[in-house]
Design a protein around this ligand. Structure first.
Ligand code: BES
Ligand code: ZN
Length: 638
């Protein structure tokens, strides 16, 4: 245990937390969580004199060790790391000794993980809403604990609230199946929600949400050892159920067929209000999803496949620290696309790699001035913010690396057997890239011998793991069949750039019946071509209705085309309106960050004004990142 996680101040290598009992009350008026965390720790070495936990903007009133009140010390606040909470032990702990420290505390309006929404920001507009986002290092702003994926905890929670509560765990009481809020009056009567999480998890998948939310179960296959269903506001239930009920349980069953049985007992999804800053988040037992996935054509369910896959890669086998983030996201992206291939055929898998390739090149370009973040394995310094390195690179470089290995080592069947062995070997553990590589070698030594080892030895490990620049070490080829139509239409537009706008040979039927992915590929092709003339950009908008698209994936690509074109100024205001539209805020950072960045280039004043007038609508994490993108230093708190 020499290398320690650079994003925590806790002393987890000396004494590690392994269980936490949360007793919380949700104070909807003051917008805070108050209560206690009983942290159970076990010493990993002799002579441990103190426990050091991570906190960020928590107000701590009292600390007890083994039931006796004790002095504690809060260090200075570090912008990224928060404040270390040091609790001296009454007597030294030796290897194997167990200690319980209980911290009484409240959250504040600066706790980055939490967003408290006003009722106007919800679908129902009658009740407030609360949700958390702990990855990568915000769990410390919900509870004092060792906020590192190197150490896992089980937990129990008792949460009192006047609105229903869900957590990244298994509901003990009241029953999920209803009645909502145990039959008590919403917003008025207090109900105690009890949860338990018996499977050890990393702190970044600790999660809570609360609001007027209801549950509807999916039909599970006979003999399933898990249940599955959707949580959302009653107003959204029908749309959510339609969008996700078809595929979710299929993904779980397929993952079980290929890998190992699903270990978490429950696979529920929660569809959040639009300020949720990600597409999806793999909180244990309860994937959080953005409502922008409700495209009405089930075209975006791959995000569910992705988050479900994290149950194995990420939640089961966990990155030891931020430098091995790709083990979570690269593996998950690779396997999410395996599920697509199994359910929809090999062309669908390649189509996703094609869309991913565009995201990869964009991300690589965005880090040209910070090439370290172009690497697959990033060496983080103490106190460096992992959010600054967040991009498609670990996803796409990682998935392509695994696809490359699959192709070299004998194809999908061979590789999936290996993937199963990888899960069986490391499930439940936190590992680094070196552990993965050692196992890969030992697996193929045992299953193929010298021939496979020669293949592995020929891999350019340095280039894949530590390479910088705009290219993958190997040129990857994908089947472009599903993209062909979209490419043809883009080529036709490209050829028509000298045609007078009134003579353009296009009409709405060009894209009739196209799914979301085809539209994405079409617009992304236009984006990499030389910008079309202003008249043609206006024609694109009027012929295909892109400016009014209800589909956020399409809207994003459309504005990415329009805002780098000669017509950019004509579309700046509609792009600004699109991002902050109160009825469908683009709170997902994948949408709001690129649009704010482009707006900043087109009309700096409009970008800053739009953000400043709407910043409290965004989740604190999105608020922080957009402010960085726009070079604004005074971020507001709710
Ligand atoms: N775990 C991530 C989200 C995340 C990563 C949050 C790092 C905070 C820090 C999640 O699984 C994810 O990858 N979401 C993607 C989904 C997509 C790739 C299918 C997203 O939100 O876009
Ligand atoms: Zn992910």
């Amino acid at each position: 245990m020499t290398a320690t996680d650079p994003t925590t101040q806790s002393n987890y290598t000396a004494i590690a937390n392994y269980h936490v009992d949360f007793t919380w009350n949700l104070d909807w008026k003051a917008k805070k969580i108050s209560g206690s965390a009983g942290v159970h720790l076990r010493a990993r070495q002799d002579e441990v004199k103190e426990v050091v936990l991570d906190t960020s903007y928590l107000e701590i009133s009292k600390v007890e060790v083994g039931g006796t009140s004790t002095k504690f010390h809060l260090g200075d606040h570090h912008e990224v790391m928060g404040r270390a909470l040091t609790i001296p032990l009454p007597s030294v702990a030796n290897k194997g000794d167990e200690v319980i420290v209980t911290i009484f505390y409240e959250t504040t309006d600066k706790c980055t993980a939490l967003q408290w929404l006003d009722k106007e920001q919800t679908a129902g507009k009658q009740f407030g809403y609360l949700f958390s986002q702990c990855q990568p290092i915000y769990a410390r702003s919900i509870a004092p604990l060792q906020d590192s994926p190197s150490v896992k905890i089980t937990y129990t929670a008792s949460v009192t609230s006047v609105l229903p509560v869900v957590m990244s765990a298994i509901r003990v009481s009241p029953p999920s199946t209803g009645p909502i809020h145990d039959g008590k009056e919403l917003g008025k009567d207090v109900v105690e929600y009890k949860y338990k999480q018996p499977t050890p998890l990393a702190s970044y998948i600790l999660a809570i949400a609360a609001g007027n939310i209801a549950y509807k179960g999916f039909k599970t296959p006979p003999n399933a050892t898990w249940t599955s269903g959707v949580w959302t506001e009653p107003e959204m239930m029908d749309r959510c159920f339609w969008e996700f009920s078809e595929d979710t349980t299929k993904f779980v069953s397929e993952a079980e067929n290929i890998l190992t049985p699903y270990r978490w007992g429950v696979y529920d999804i929660l569809v959040l209000p639009p300020s949720f800053p990600y597409g999806g988040m793999e909180n244990a037992c309860l994937t959080f999803l953005t409502p922008t996935l409700l495209s009405g054509d089930r075209a975006l369910v791959d995000v569910v496949a992705h988050e479900l896959t994290h149950s194995y890669f990420g939640n089961g086998i966990t990155q030891k620290d931020a430098s091995s983030f790709w083990l979570n996201e690269g593996w998950t992206t690779y396997f999410e696309r395996v599920l697509q291939q199994v359910l929809h055929g090999p062309l669908a898998r390649d189509f996703s790699f094609i869309i991913g390739a565009k995201a990869l090149i964009d991300s690589l370009k965005s880090y040209e001035s910070r090439p370290k973040y172009q690497r697959l394995v990033i060496d983080f310094q103490y106190g460096e913010d992992p959010d600054d390195a967040y991009s498609s690179i670990p996803y796409e470089k990682g998935a392509n690396f695994l696809l490359y290995l699959e192709r070299q080592l004998g194809g999908l069947d061979v590789f999936l057997k290996y993937a199963r062995n990888y899960v069986e070997t490391f499930d439940g553990q936190s590992i680094a890239t070196a552990d993965w590589k050692n196992h890969l070698y030992s697996y193929f030594k045992a299953n193929g011998g010298d021939e496979k080892i020669a293949i592995l030895d020929a891999v350019d490990w340095d280039a894949w793991l530590y390479g910088e620049g705009l290219h993958l070490p190997v040129n990857m080829e994908y089947d472009t069949t599903l993209a062909a139509q979209a490419y043809e239409l883009a080529a036709k537009w490209d050829k028509s750039r000298t045609t007078d706008a009134k003579d353009l040979p296009f009409n709405a039927t060009d894209i009739q019946g196209w799914n979301t992915n085809q539209l994405i590929v079409f617009l992304e092709k236009l984006e990499v071509l030389k910008p079309l003339p202003s008249t043609h950009i206006h024609a694109l908008a009027s012929i295909y209705g892109f400016n009014d698209s209800k589909n956020a994936e399409v809207g994003l690509r459309w504005f990415e085309v329009a805002l780098v074109s000669p017509a950019a100024k004509d579309f700046a205001q509609s792009a600004a309106n699109w991002v902050v539209d109160p009825s469908s805020l683009k709170g997902r950072m994948k949408f709001c960050r690129p649009i704010f960045r482009l707006l900043y280039q087109v009309d700096q004043g409009l970008a800053v004004k739009t953000f400043e007038a709407n910043q409290t609508s965004f989740h604190p994490i999105a608020r922080k990142m957009i402010a960085k993108d726009l070079n604004i230093s005074d971020v507001k708190y709710a």
